[in-house]
Design a protein around this ligand. Structure first.
Ligand code: UGA
Length: 482
């Protein structure tokens, strides 16, 4: 794009979700980017044109800039020396205590420090607890770097897996926690193509909600505030999900529809309609880890954030409730054939970390069921933790998963799961039972199509079960199947 006057040289350390997407997007807005990882095989794969994650727009951006303004390397020293700004985007996994394990950040900070030969802005991009910024500063100083040769800033990332590129380029806000005008100026310059709106006028720019007339706002804060903004945002969103899940349970007991209730709550502009979808609970590499880490931060500063305990507890219970729902439809599990749609922690990604779907599949297998699972992207990753076996089958079509199954479970929200041919599905299943953990279907439509349809926080069953459960439902077809 035509942003040469603002072009900066940026090093991004870490080629995981955040690092790789940030690298590709910084190149897309006109910067020179060196993406560093210490995993030689991964770097080679990226240099040779591989794309390690399933993410919309990412393959095109990598293909466009790789070998031109986007390089991949294991050489952190050279990358640091060539860059004005060094973004740290390495993992901050959960430690045994629930706190964030910052050993990768620590190691990278030391290595950056040993490479600094001119003024650098070091940018925390990983999700880190408040005070990390100060720790990084101390580590760099301890390595003998004079105070005036660097600043440590915080620029949290709010991208979601599956829509990461659009979230980055069409951000709701850009938070810059900067301790000095000099560092703030460099960060503002890096994001200028987005914040000025010029990017959105470039032919071929990635489409999304932002336009030249409505570019993302910048919020400049202290570094500590920026760190807390990230943790508090994720904790709040997780709380919103747990809240609606409890409301869903009330709806179910009271005979109301949580979808109607969520619409009614969400129309209040102070609350907003997003993240009010009831379901089997939140998962992924962020919410579970970040809620625990933020709770730990609160403990460390002497604040009782018991509400976050409750958010986590509700999320755990939600999976158990879903399992109870399956039990209420099938009575027993041993030997039953269960079709499963969805393994990733949500639709649009191949990520299975902390996926409620994986927990549910594991429990089904423990209870003796035969599982036939389909996910458009996550099967390969899932096979690494639940190998294919006599009772665990990975299939590549939703109707194959449903073939002769005693019930079909919907565990994440890929668009194609919401667009099934209901007549075909009805014919394919052994019993027309669909248990939808994501409320992808309208209960009345499912009832009309002849299904026994159980979903989250919605009243009644589409086709009444026999008092002792669907086990005794008459066979639907007379061809001797099942
Ligand atoms: C989340 C945040 O949304 C991002 O802003 C943040 O940058 C990211 O974590 C991170 O810290 O890196 P992500 O984990 O990719 O992004 O996924 P979400 O789309 O937020 O979904 C998280 C989980 O909540 C999923 O399991 C999803 O199915 C569930 N969810 C989401 C619901 O159950 N109901 C909803 O209404 C929304």
């Amino acid at each position: 794009m035509d942003a040469k006057r603002n072009s900066a040289t940026i090093a991004v350390v870490g080629s995981g979700y955040v690092g790789l997407v940030a690298s590709a997007c910084f190149a897309e807005i006109g910067h020179r980017v060196v993406c560093v990882d210490n995993d030689e095989a991964k770097v080679r794969m990226l240099q040779e044109g591989g794309v390690p994650i399933h993410e919309e727009h990412l393959p095109e951006l990598l293909a466009r800039y790789r070998g031109k303004t986007l390089e991949f390397t294991t050489d952190l020293r050279a990358a640091t020396q060539s860059a004005q700004a060094v973004f740290i985007a390495v993992g901050t996994p959960q430690s045994e205590t629930g706190s964030a394990d910052l050993s990768y950040v620590d190691a990278v900070a030391s290595e950056i420090a040993r490479s600094i030969d001119s003024y650098k802005v070091i940018v925390e991009k990983s999700t880190v607890p408040v005070y990390t910024n100060e720790w990084i500063r101390r580590v760099v100083e301890r390595n003998g770097v004079p105070k005036d040769l660097f600043d440590v800033t915080s620029n949290p990332e709010f991208l979601r897996e599956g829509t990461a590129v659009v979230d980055f380029l069409h951000a709701d806000r850009i938070v810059l926690g900067a301790p000095s005008d000099r560092s703030a100026e460099i960060l503002r310059n890096i994001y200028e193509p987005l914040t000025s709106g010029s990017y959105y006028n470039v032919p071929g720019s990635v489409p999304g909600p932002r336009t030249a007339l409505d570019p993302p706002p910048v919020l400049q804060t202290s570094t500590k505030a920026a760190e807390i903004i990230k943790h508090a945002s994720n904790a709040f969103l997780a709380a919103k999900i747990s809240f609606i899940n409890v409301v869903a349970n009330i709806c179910e007991a009271a005979g109301a529809d949580v979808e109607e209730v969520a619409r009614g709550i969400g129309m209040d502009s102070r609350i907003g309609p997003k993240f009010l979808r009831a379901g089997v609970g939140y998962g992924g590499s962020c919410f579970p880890k970040d809620v625990a880490a933020f709770r730990h931060v609160a403990e460390q500063v002497g604040v009782d954030f018991a509400m976050l305990h409750e958010v986590e507890k509700i999320n755990e219970e939600q999976k158990q409730r879903f399992f109870q729902k399956i039990r209420s439809a099938l009575w027993t599990f041993r030997g039953k054939k269960i079709g499963v749609l969805g393994l990733a922690f949500k639709g649009g990604t191949d990520d299975i970390r902390e996926s409620p779907a994986v927990d549910i599949v594991k429990k089904l297998l423990t209870e003796g069921s035969n599982v036939y699972a389909y996910d458009p992207a996550a099967a390969k990753r899932c096979q690494e933790i639940i190998p294919e076996s006599a009772r665990m089958h990975y299939v590549d079509d939703p109707y194959v998963a449903a073939q002769d199954a005693d019930a079909l479970l919907i565990l994440n929200d890929w668009q194609e799961f919401a667009e099934l041919d209901l007549a075909k599905l009805h014919y394919t299943l052994r019993y027309p039972i669909v248990i939808d953990g994501r409320n992808l279907y309208d209960a009345a439509t499912m009832s009309k199509a002849g299904f026994t349809y159980l979903s989250m926080g919605r009243p009644g069953l589409a086709q009444p079960l026999d008092p002792v459960g669907a086990f005794f439902l008459p066979r639907r077809r007379e061809n001797g199947k099942g």
